[in-house]
Write a protein that binds this ligand. Structure first.
Ligand SMILES: C[S@@+](CC[C@H](N)C(=O)[O-])C[C@H]1O[C@@H](n2cnc3c(N)ncnc32)[C@H](O)[C@@H]1O
Length: 284
C-alpha cells in the first residue's frame, strides 16, 4: 500500500502500468519507458486523489469504461506527457534560421508562416517569433503568423498567459528580456503583445488531427518525436508534415533526433550544423 495523507492505495502493478502504457500509446502515440514508472505513478496518484478513487485500477477503469472518463482523458494525457522546454533551446538551429533561412525568405516573401508542433508552454514559438522580429529589424516589414500546438491543455493555457520566471529565461540574450518582456517583479516576466499578437495557441493532437494549416514555410517539431516509435514518426512526417509544409519549406527536428530511414518525403540538409529537413519535391 502507498500512503497518500490519510488515504492509502495499492501500489501500481505491472499489469496496470502496461494498461496505462497502451492507453497513452493509443491516444497520443507516446511510448512510455520503464524508467518513467515512478514518475507516472506519482503523477497519476494526484488524479486518483482528486477524483476520490481508490486505486490505479479504478482510475484505469474510470478512464476506459465510464462516460466521465472521456472528459478525464486530457488530464491523464497532461499527467503523463513530458513538457521540458526553455527559451532559445537549440541555438544552432536558431543560428541557421537567423543566418541562412530568414535572409533568403525576406527577399521573396511578404509573409512567413510557422507551425510549432508540440510547443509545450510556449517558449519555442515565442523564441522563433523574437528571432524573426530581430532578424527582420527595420528592413523586412512582412507579416509573421505562428500556429503553436500541443496535446497538453495545461501547457497551452500557460503559453497563452505568457508569464515566465526562473531558469526557462536563462538563455534569453542580454537586452532582449527588456525589449520583448514586461518585468512583473519577483523575477517574473510577461511576453509583450508585440510578440504575442503573431502567435495562435491551440490544443491539438498531431497524430490524430489534420495539420492546423497548409503552406507552412517552417515547421518546428523538436523533442516530441523521441516519444513516438519509428513507424509513428514516419507516418507523421510523410502524411501530416508533408501535407502542411510548402515545397520550399524547412522542417526542424530536435538535436538528438533523426529521420534517417523513416521518411520518403524529406531529405536531410546541412544548414549551420543543425538537423533540418527539406521536402523532396516532385521534380526530384
Ligand atoms: C519535451 S516537449 C518539447 C517542447 C519544445 N518543442 C522544445 O523542444 O523545447 C514535448 C511536447 O510534445 C507534446 N506532445 C506529445 N505528444 C503529442 C501529440 N500527439 N500531439 C501534440 N503534442 C504532443 C507534449 O505534450 C510536450 O509538451
Amino acid at each position: 500500500m502507498e500512503k497518500m495523507g490519510i488515504v492509502e492505495i495499492p501500489v501500481l502493478t505491472d499489469k496496470t502500468f502496461n494498461d496505462f502504457r497502451e492507453l497513452i500509446y493509443r491516444e497520443a502515440g507516446i511510448t512510455l519507458r520503464d524508467t518513467k514508472r515512478i514518475l507516472i505513478s506519482n503523477r497519476l496518484r494526484k488524479r486518483i486523489i482528486a477524483l476520490k478513487l481508490n486505486s490505479y485500477d479504478d482510475y484505469y477503469r474510470y478512464l476506459t469504461e465510464t462516460g466521465e472518463g472521456k472528459r478525464e482523458l486530457p488530464n491523464f494525457i497532461d499527467a503523463v506527457s513530458t513538457n521540458e522546454t526553455y527559451f532559445y533551446r537549440g541555438d544552432n538551429q536558431f543560428g541557421a534560421l537567423r543566418e541562412e533561412i530568414l535572409p533568403k525568405m525576406f527577399k521573396k516573401r511578404s509573409k512567413i508562416n510557422v507551425w510549432s508542433a508540440g510547443c509545450s508552454s510556449g517558449e519555442e514559438p515565442y523564441t522563433i517569433c523574437i528571432i524573426i522580429m530581430e532578424t527582420a529589424g527595420i528592413t523586412w516589414k512582412g507579416e509573421i503568423e505562428i500556429v503553436a500546438t500541443d496535446i497538453n491543455t495545461e501547457v497551452i493555457d500557460k503559453a497563452g498567459e505568457g508569464v515566465y520566471g526562473g531558469r526557462t529565461l536563462k538563455f534569453v540574450p542580454t537586452g532582449l528580456l527588456e525589449r520583448y518582456f514586461d518585468n512583473l517583479g519577483n523575477e517574473n516576466y510577461r511576453i509583450k503583445d508585440t510578440v504575442k499578437q503573431h502567435i495562435k495557441f491551440k490544443c491539438h493532437n498531431m497524430l490524430k488531427q489534420d495539420p492546423p494549416g497548409k503552406g507552412f514555410d517552417i515547421i518546428f517539431c523538436r523533442n516530441v518525436m523521441i516519444y513516438f516509435d519509428k513507424n509513428t514518426q514516419g507516418e507523421l512526417v510523410d502524411k501530416s508534415f508533408r501535407k502542411a509544409i510548402s515545397d520550399e519549406g524547412y522542417l526542424f527536428i530536435g538535436h538528438s533526433e533523426s529521420l534517417m530511414g523513416k521518411t520518403e518525403s524529406f531529405k536531410y540538409a546541412h544548414v549551420c550544423k543543425a538537423p533540418i529537413y527539406l521536402p523532396i519535391t516532385r521534380e526530384e
